[in-house]
Write a protein that binds this ligand. Structure first.
Ligand code: PPS
Length: 574
């Protein structure tokens, strides 16, 4: 049998001595500070995980990848790996110039010779790569709202790997994986990609996949960037470690992959396959809705449930890695074992059990039982440690509305009521207080408002992470910024957006601070609702009307909402 899958593959690193020299030289170059996603991409470029790429895509390769899923030379490559930068940074560069690529602490990881600079058509990229130009897709949202406007392309010279302080022994480069397989004499290896904790069904299906392919198994979870809202990788890796000894000894290995996922479904499945081939694997498990991004803004799925399997199947021969399709495993209570749903002949006469991801989250949130047939006690323990019942978790209440709409007043009433209940620390981040203490240098341009709101979001997410309650009350006029804050917070706890829906006419009539009068007279510029936009929240958790309703009642509506979400308990205490 040929062992091409286990021969070393090219990396982009220079030798240790050259790296020291290059590092010293590179300190004089113009440098780009890489974003977390770019660091993930760079690591896999440098270590051969993205072989045959030799750097961030050139314009020609980019266009070809977007349009045809192929590099300009025809090689299959489904995902644009691009170095996005700001217009300002791009303008200062010459074509042919070398730049230094630094991590977030300023360490130089690589240099890049800039051969290409262009302004991409992001809507086209979204349509072609992600299937729709819809911001509900996390990668499309990233593309439009986080990525820089200009792309740079060019070959990379690798100086050093990004530094990881966690789970060092569990991280392997493609060549380390290949050497490991060679050492153990593994010839056929089936890889399992995951961004979720493993439960018994996964264990059973991966075990079966390996048996079917007569292969060894590599559990290859992504620890770079996954879908916003996923279980953090620290918790997940502890869960994986707890499951490893449930596999027959010496058949299974686990390694962590520092990939930044895009949730691009079919294209992502092909990309994942190529990455696993580069890691020396011969088989790859593709499931229903592989790397699915969730619902689009119309509430429908972005991709069909088997689109990923179809696209993979269509390119399998060319890719050089075989697909093992994922079986939907269910618990057959009568036989006390997992079986693939499509192989059960007596469906009508047996009891079939399954707990969905949503149901699992509900049980964790509400502190309900999670049966042993579903998961391993050690895994459940880890998850419970990470997700205490909802009424013990931190959360953020985010009021938004016009100046003078009543945000601060209601927020203050809510603060007092929550303090009266006790149990969790509560912090009020009122618009005026924040502007005084955190944002005193900022004005009211869109850029400054966004910065102000992102700061509030950052503090609120920290409070939420640490089990406290953050109440925010800025105007926060822009939808995308509010969404960014929601994403920051939802990694750690619930985010409750409350639109204080007082009309602009009513706010102006009240004019508590006399600001509307000044805005009308042109003495205050860019005044929200008068000379500056306010984008009304479309789907806030709660909308409160303040006209003819007293403050106490408004705050009470928020409390009822918190109670209905299980964040505070019905008895009034936490
Ligand atoms: S933002 O858009 O969310 O960053 O605004 P915020 O930090 O909440 O600050 C709003 C308070 O600043 C006062 N103020 C203005 N508001 C809107 N537009 C302009 N140009 C402006 N200039 C000053 C105003 O008192 C707001 O306070 P609130 O508490 O909302 O009434």
């Amino acid at each position: 049998m040929s062992n091409a899958n286990l021969a070393p593959i090219p990396e982009l690193y220079v030798s240790h001595d050259s790296a020291q020299k290059l590092k010293a030289e590179a300190s004089g170059l113009i440098s780009h500070d890489l974003s977390p996603r770019q660091i993930c991409d760079l690591e896999l470029l440098m270590n051969g995980g993205f072989n045959p790429l030799r750097g961030f895509l050139s314009e020609e390769d980019y266009n070809s990848v977007v349009e045809n899923m192929r590099l300009a030379d025809g090689a299959l490559w489904p995902m644009p790996i691009t170095l996005d930068v700001s217009e300002k940074f791009a303008e200062g560069l010459e074509i042919g110039q070398d730049i230094a690529l630094r991590d977030q602490e300023g360490v130089i990881l690589a240099t890049m010779t800039v051969t290409d600079r262009w302004t991409p058509n992001k809507s086209r990229e979204a349509e072609m790569v992600f299937g729709a130009d819809d911001d509900a897709h996390p990668a499309v949202n990233y593309l439009h709202n986080s990525a820089g406007k200009v792309y740079l392309g060019g070959p990379i010279t690798g100086i050093q790997q990004p530094v990881h302080y966690d789970f060092k022994a569990r991280r392997d480069t493609p060549n380390e994986m290949r050497a490991y397989f060679r050492k153990l004499g593994w010839r056929k290896i089936v890889a399992f990609q995951t961004r979720n904790p493993l439960h018994r069904a996964h264990q059973e299906l991966t075990f079966r996949a390996a048996r079917e392919a007569q292969a060894n198994l590599l559990i290859h979870p992504v620890v770079g960037m996954t879908k916003p809202g996923d279980v953090d990788h620290f918790t997940r890796v502890r869960c994986y470690e707890a499951v490893l000894d449930k596999y027959p000894a010496a058949t299974t290995s686990m390694s962590l992959l520092n990939l930044a996922m895009r949730m691009a479904g079919p294209r992502e499945a092909v990309w994942h396959g190529l990455i696993r081939k580069n890691h020396g694997c011969t088989h790859f498990i593709v499931g229903r809705d592989h790397a699915g991004p969730g619902k689009n803004s119309a509430g429908d799925d972005f991709y069909g449930p088997y689109d990923a399997q179809e696209l993979f199947r269509a390119h399998e021969a060319e890719m050089g890695i075989e697909m093992v399709d994922f079986k939907h495993m269910v618990w057959v209570e009568d036989r006390a074992q997992y079986e693939p749903m499509d192989e059960i002949q007596d469906k009508d006469s047996v009891t079939i059990l399954n707990i969905s991801g949503t149901e699992l989250r509900r049980r964790l949130r509400e502190g309900l039982e999670i049966p042993e047939w579903f998961s391993f006690p050690a895994v459940v323990n880890e998850l419970r440690r990470r997700y205490p019942p909802r009424n013990q978790q931190g959360f953020t209440v985010f009021f938004t509305g016009f100046s003078g709409s009543g945000k601060s007043t209601i927020a203050n009433a809510l603060l007092t009521k929550l303090m009266e209940m006790g149990g969790r620390p509560v912090t009020l981040l009122d618009g005026d207080i924040v502007r005084k203490n955190l944002s005193s240098e900022l004005g009211f341009s869109k850029e400054h408002r966004d910065l102000n709101i992102r700061r509030i979001g950052y503090v609120a997410s920290e409070i939420t992470k640490n089990g406290g309650i953050a109440i925010c009350a800025p105007i926060a006029p822009y939808t995308t910024t509010r969404r960014a804050v929601r994403e920051d917070v939802e990694q750690f706890g619930a985010f409750i957006e409350v639109h204080v829906a007082t009309s602009i006419e009513e706010c102006e009539r009240r004019d508590r601070k006399g600001l509307y009068k000044m805005a009308r007279e042109g003495k205050i510029k860019e005044f929200t609702g008068i000379s500056d936009p306010y984008e009304v929240p479309e789907n806030p958790e709660l909308r409160v009307e303040t006209e003819n309703v007293d403050v106490d009642n408004c705050a009470h509506q928020v409390l009822l909402k918190l109670e209905s979400m299980g964040l505070i308990s019905a008895t009034g205490s936490f």
